[in-house]
Design a protein. Structure first.
Length: 236
C-alpha cells in the first residue's frame, strides 16, 4: 500500500532532516540510500550517517566511472563510518553479451545506461520498499518539479528526495559547516559527475548538468525516469 504522499510532502517541505528521519524510521518500509558519490553527495551521506550509519547505501559502479570517484567513494565512506555500503556492478554475462568492448555508449547511450546502471539498481533494490536520492530542483530539467516523496512507477518503489528544495549555496554551506571533503573533480569544472566517457567540464553560466551526455538531448541515465521513459532535455 502506497503511503499518503500528499500528506508527507505537505508536512516535510522545507525540512530535509525531518523527511530523512521519517524515511529511515521504518514507518515507510525498508529504505535504502542510493548514492553516486558525486559532486555534492557528501551532504546527504553525512545526514544519513548522523541518523543511522547502518543504513544500506547502494553505489552503482558502472565500471566506467572516473578513478577520482572511486577513490572519493572509498575515502568518504570511511570518514563517515558507513557500515553497510554495497558496491553494485553490472552483470559480467550481460556485459559480455551486449558490450564486450566497452563501446556501447558511442552507439546507444540509453542502452549503455540501462545495462550498466538501471538494471543493476533494479536488482539491488529487490527487498526494499523505497530509496533515497540526492536530486534537487535547482538542477533543472525533469527535476524542476520533484517532490520530497514520490512514487516511482518504473521501480514500483517509494522515492525520497530530502534535498529537493535545496540550492547550490545551501549545499556549499553545509559542506563547509561540517568540513566535508569535496569530490576532487568539482575544482576542475565538474559540478555533475557521471561516467567518464559521457561527462565533460561545465563552463561558467552553463546548466550544472550540461556536461552530462553533452551534445545530446539525454538528461537522465534511466534511474530517474517518468512513465517508463528516459527523460530528455526540453528545447530551450
Amino acid at each position: 500500500m502506497q503511503p499518503d504522499l500528499s500528506r508527507l510532502n505537505a508536512r516535510y517541505e522545507g525540512d530535509a532532516e525531518g523527511a530523512l528521519r521519517v524515511a529511515l524510521s521504518g514507518a515507510l518500509g525498508k529504505i535504502a540510500m542510493v548514492s553516486s558519490f558525486g559532486a555534492d553527495s557528501a551532504v546527504l551521506l553525512h545526514m544519513v550517517a548522523e541518523i543511522d550509519r547502518d543504513v544500506p547505501v547502494l553505489f552503482i559502479d558502472t565500471l566506467m566511472l572516473f578513478e577520482e570517484t572511486l577513490q572519493y567513494q572509498h575515502d568518504l565512506a570511511e570518514k563517515l563510518g558507513l557500515t553497510d555500503l554495497r558496491v553494485i556492478h553490472p552483470e559480467a554475462a550481460a556485459l559480455d553479451a551486449k558490450d564486450p568492448f566497452g563501446m556501447l555508449h558511442r552507439a546507444d547511450q540509453d542502452a549503455c545506461c540501462d545495462l550498466r546502471k538501471t538494471r543493476p539498481l533494479e536488482q539491488a533494490l529487490k527487498g526494499f520498499d523505497g530509496w533515497i536520492t540526492g536530486r534537487k530542483r535547482f538542477q533543472g530539467g525533469a527535476r524542476k518539479g520533484i517532490d520530497l516523496f514520490e512514487w516511482d512507477e518504473a521501480f514500483r518503489h517509494l522515492k525520497v528526495n530530502p534535498l529537493a528544495g535545496w540550492k547550490a549555496a545551501d549545499l556549499g554551506a553545509y559542506m563547509d559547516e561540517h568540513a566535508l571533503p569535496r569530490h576532487p573533480l568539482v575544482a576542475k569544472g565538474y559540478p555533475s559527475i557521471g561516467c567518464a566517457p559521457c561527462t565533460s567540464p561545465v563552463a561558467p553560466g552553463e546548466d550544472p548538468r550540461a556536461g552530462r551526455w553533452r551534445g545530446t538531448d539525454k538528461d537522465e541515465c534511466g534511474i530517474h525516469i517518468v512513465d517508463g521513459r528516459v527523460i530528455r532535455r526540453q528545447a530551450s
